[in-house]
Write a protein that binds this ligand. Structure first.
Ligand code: F6R
Length: 638
């Protein structure tokens, strides 16, 4: 969470840093600020509460001139979102400025100590101790002061520091919060995410835990905490810049939804190759060899949020293609249990960002117990991808909208391929079956495209339905709260219930999560078979029930569930296979059709309308779709 951007070179830094912060705004957006070296041993800074546009407004009339600067966009942990708590934080003499991402766990002890030494604090943040420590150790050598200060702090951090006394220099350090330096010509950059660097350079150096980097316009020096030089060649990033732009769409989310068919096609083309007249799955970067996989006796998938839902689908996939037992756990639970894993356990950590604190901790826990670890990750060079024994990249390109869409389907695509790859290793399924499944897989992105084209054709209708929902929702709210007496036996307003069975059950969770995240409407996802065990008590005419009912082996059971909801007045929106007649007879409010596909692949189709429903409702409600309240794109703190 929080975004950091730094620039040193010959150009005016303010505009470049603001541009970088805008690219990083999805990481946090409750306040922002920047500090600039403005010549003759002077630092100037500005910070504002709220989105980056507020900072831009202030800087329009009062620009900070200079060619070395650091900036920050914040997601509050310690201290409310306010101007005073916004970064940068400066020492008492305003000679050193710091921006920070992470949490300093021992900050209150350090703060007390510094206070006793006469330091007065201006903010409620944990970050401020860092700048005062650096100031305390500063003897005209910023690297040395940062190194000593870092040794005092415990917790997670990516920090960037400038000093009025050392023009043209940025010093940065990291531990468990991402930080990457961008290599330019006569200029260098720093960012908490590669995507913010793509406008300027493709050559980047990933800063590792416990490392310090010192940047000037013509140099980049890496060192460890003892000050010993570290050598690392820059990596080349081949992400397309246009992937990080809206490309004519009104929001990143809808753009990313529409990118999905192409991403899945690219994944299939990259991973499936012909080998002796047969198709086979290849993971070039994997590092874990077939012999090691062959020894695996069970699999545990760990992840958070949407990636966890991908893990749940992964369980169905791996169980369908292999005979290995598979468990799935949220990373935050896995890491604090006593997970019985050993060297015959494959722990697969799934994460778009590869920086999620709980997933990283879960991976480390698994590693320490001897498990074989594999990361399924989108961001190249992320911590997870570097720490896991093996890695498979999803190659979905930068995902900017906070609500994850394309990363999810790319994770599913990789899990299908991994399942088929393991099926080959364990000889778990007949070769012919694997070949047929691979062939069917190539049809899936074409069908995904059809779903999205149908949406485009029918967009007005989708918007009208969202509008009707909005009217009804607010009328119900008024009735419930405005009318005085609360009507008994009624659910408060039009909440959403998402039901699914089998491999589509995780999509019910995912659909509910998408809606909650961006429209703030209460929504629950449930396996439809669980309805009778409690949730059916919620049903009257108020909830909107989205039922995932494509053709499947549990289709008839789903119809019974729909009938039970109908009988109690619930409003049904089924997602069905094209041409379905049975459900039409049940007079649903609005049916959404997806093309027929083998059941195992159906989640890749049924999730699309769920993403679109969330998008249309949030747009109708006028919500900030790409930057929903309280959320941040990568959760690098616990
Ligand atoms: C939901 C969403 C989050 C993330 C979760 C894990 O739309 O984006 O639930 O899926 O925070 O993030 P990663 O995948 O980066 O580990």
């Amino acid at each position: 969470m929080c975004g950091i951007f730094g620039y040193t070179g010959k150009k005016e830094a303010q505009g470049l840093v603001l541009q970088g912060l805008r690219q990083l705004e999805y990481r946090g957006y409750d306040s922002s600020g920047l500090a600039v070296q403005c010549g003759a041993e002077e630092l100037r800074f500005e910070k504002t509460k709220g989105k980056i546009r507020n900072l831009e407004e202030v800087l329009k009339t009062n620009p900070l001139r200079g060619s070395t600067a650091i900036g920050h966009t914040r997601w509050a942990t310690h201290g409310t979102p306010s101007q005073v708590n916004a970064h940068p934080h400066l020492d008492s003499a305003n000679r050193i400025a710091v921006v920070h991402n992470g949490i300093i766990e021992n900050y209150s002890r350090l703060k007390e100590k510094l206070k006793k030494e006469g330091v007065s604090f201006r903010s409620d943040t944990d970050t401020e101790v860092i700048v005062h420590l650096i100031a305390k150790y500063y003897r005209n050598n910023l690297e040395e002061a940062v190194r000593r200060a870092i040794k005092d702090i415990r917790g997670t951090y990516a920090v960037a520091v400038i000093s009025a006394k050392e023009p043209g220099k940025i010093v940065a350090a990291r531990f468990d919060s991402p930080l990457v330096a961008g290599v330019g010509l006569g200029e260098n950059y720093l960012a908490s995410d590669v995507s913010a660097l793509l406008d300027h350079t493709r050559r980047v150096v990933f800063i590792e835990n416990g490392e310090i980097v010192s940047l000037t316009e013509n140099s980049m020096r890496l060192m460890d905490l003892e000050g010993r030089a570290v050598k690392r060649l820059p990596s080349k990033i081949d992400w397309n810049i246009s992937q990080a732009k809206k490309g004519g769409f009104p929001h990143y989310m809808i753009k990313e939804i529409f990118e999905q068919p192409e991403i899945i096609t690219a994944i299939l083309r990259e991973r499936i190759k012909k080998e002796k007249h047969r198709s086979a799955v290849f993971f070039e970067e994997l590092k874990i060899n077939r012999r090691e996989f062959g020894k695996i006796k069970r699999v545990i998938l760990i992840a958070c949020g949407t990636a966890y839902h991908a893990g749940l689908v992964g369980k169905y996939i791996l169980e369908a293609f292999t005979d290995i037992p598979v468990w799935v756990d949220t990373s935050s639970e896995f890491r604090y249990r006593n997970p019985n894993v050993d060297r015959r356990t494959l722990v697969i950590a799934i994460s778009q960002s590869g920086e999620t604190a709980d997933t990283l901790a879960g991976l480390r826990e698994a590693k320490s117990r001897g498990a074989v670890t594999l990361a399924i990750c989108n961001v190249l060079g992320s911590s997870l991808s570097r720490e896991a024994r093996g890695v498979i990249y999803t190659h979905a390109g930068p995902e900017i909208a906070v609500a994850s869409t394309k990363a999810y389907t790319a994770q599913l695509a990789v899990l299908y391929l991994l399942g088929l790859y393991l099926a080959g290793i364990f000889h778990a399924r007949p070769r012919k079956k694997i070949q047929d499944t691979l062939k069917e897989f190539f049809r899936v992105p074409v069908l995904m495209k059809e779903v999205l084209e149908n949406y485009k054709r029918d967009e007005k209708n989708w918007a009208k339905n969202a509008h009707d929902f909005n009217e009804r929702y607010h009328a119900q709210l008024k009735k419930y709260f405005g009318g005085g007496a609360i009507e008994k036996k009624r659910s408060p307003n039009g909440f959403f219930l998402y039901l699914g069975r089998g491999i589509n059950f995780p999509n019910a969770l995912e659909g509910a999560l998408k809606l909650k995240e961006i429209s703030y409407i209460p929504a629950e996802g449930y396996p439809a078979g669980e309805m009778k065990h409690g949730p059916i008590a919620l049903i009257d005419e108020n909830p909107w029930v989205i039922c995932l009912a494509p053709r499947s082996k549990t289709y008839d059971k789903m119809i019974s569930n729909i009938q039970e909801i109908k009988a109690r007045g619930g409003m049904i929106i089924p997602v069905v296979t094209r041409g379905d007649r049975e459900i039409r007879k049940l007079d649903p409010f609005y049916s959404i059709e997806v093309p027929a596909v083998e059941e195992i692949f159906s989640p890749l189709l049924t999730v699309l309308p769920l993403q679109l429903v969330a998008y249309c409702v949030a747009r109708e409600f006028g919500e900030d779709i790409d930057q929903p309240r309280n959320l941040a794109k990568s959760v690098t703190v616990e």
